[in-house]
Design a protein around this ligand. Structure first.
Ligand SMILES: Cc1ncc(COP(=O)(O)OP(=O)(O)O)c(N)n1
Ligand SMILES: Cc1nc(C(=O)O)sc1CCOP(=O)(O)O
Ligand SMILES: [Mg+2]
Length: 219
């Protein structure tokens, strides 16, 4: 995928696992989010009670649903799972497999995203050449226990000043504050609870898409 298409795909990025769906089936929540207009989906089945077999079966169902909508399907952390699921890519953190190693296993044409939470982590990421960056937590979040203190839109702006890599803000983002993240230089927003905890995930996805697109279009 070229850089321009990747920027568009990052517009409304759902990062989700079963633990963040309020007891509803993950496939149901993802299907609703796709109808509402999410543009990328990350399968983040962390600390899951599911067996590996169940995880693979669920991942395949999610991948198929994403394909029906023409939306890239990314796997969190695990390159082995990404390969098994024929995913479009992986997202790795600073403690996970480096992008260059992930690429060796995944082969060409897959997307590799990497997390950045500090200027020092940005230095590491720029050396390791991921395809896109996830910058956060922009705002306070309860969806990731080890997320650290909010970095604000200031870190998004700083990262944008140092690189033209596609980048997405993550952490505490909702329709009300999404425009500020785009204004700071992000190509899109990544969310867990704004969609996973919403009573109507389809409407929540639509509201986020409106907020992001409205700002991208200068509305
Ligand atoms: C888009 C996006 N950005 C950041 C993260 C966080 O990744 P990581 O730091 O590896 O933390 P975990 O998600 O693995 O807990 C992400 N997953 N997606
Ligand atoms: C998965 C994740 N990564 C983060 C980071 O800062 O790298 S914050 C986060 C959780 C985001 O969840 P919510 O949208 O519910 O705040
Ligand atoms: Mg990780």
């Amino acid at each position: 995928m070229d850089k321009r298409a990747l920027r568009a795909a990052l517009s409304v990025y759902l990062v989700i696992g079963s633990a963040h769906c309020k007891g509803r089936p993950l496939l149901e929540v993802v299907a609703a989010a796709l109808r509402g207009g999410v543009t990328m989906v990350q399968f983040r089945e962390k600390d899951s009670p599911l067996s590996l077999r169940e995880t693979v079966a669920l991942g395949r169902a999610l991948r198929e649903r994403c394909r029906q909508f023409g939306v890239p399907f990314i796997v969190n952390d695990r390159v082995d799972l990404a390969l098994l699921l024929d995913a479009d890519g992986v997202h790795v953190g600073q403690e996970d497999l480096p992008p260059s190693e992930a690429r060796k296993l995944l082969g060409p044409g897959r997307i590799v995203g990497m997390s950045v939470s500090t200027p020092e982590e940005l230095d590491v990421a720029l050396r390791e050449e991921p395809d896109y960056l996830g910058v956060g937590p922009v705002y306070a979040t309860t969806s990731k226990a080890d997320a650290g203190d909010p970095v604000g839109t200031e870190l998004v702006a700083y990262v944008r000043s140092r690189t033209d890599l596609p980048l997405v803000g993550i952490g505490g983002i909702a329709p009300e504050n999404a425009a500020a993240v785009i204004a700071a230089g992000a190509d899109g927003v990544a969310v867990v609870s704004a969609i996973g905890s919403a009573s109507d995930p389809e409407a929540a996805a639509r509201a986020l898409a409106r907020a992001v697109r409205g700002h991208q279009a200068g509305v």
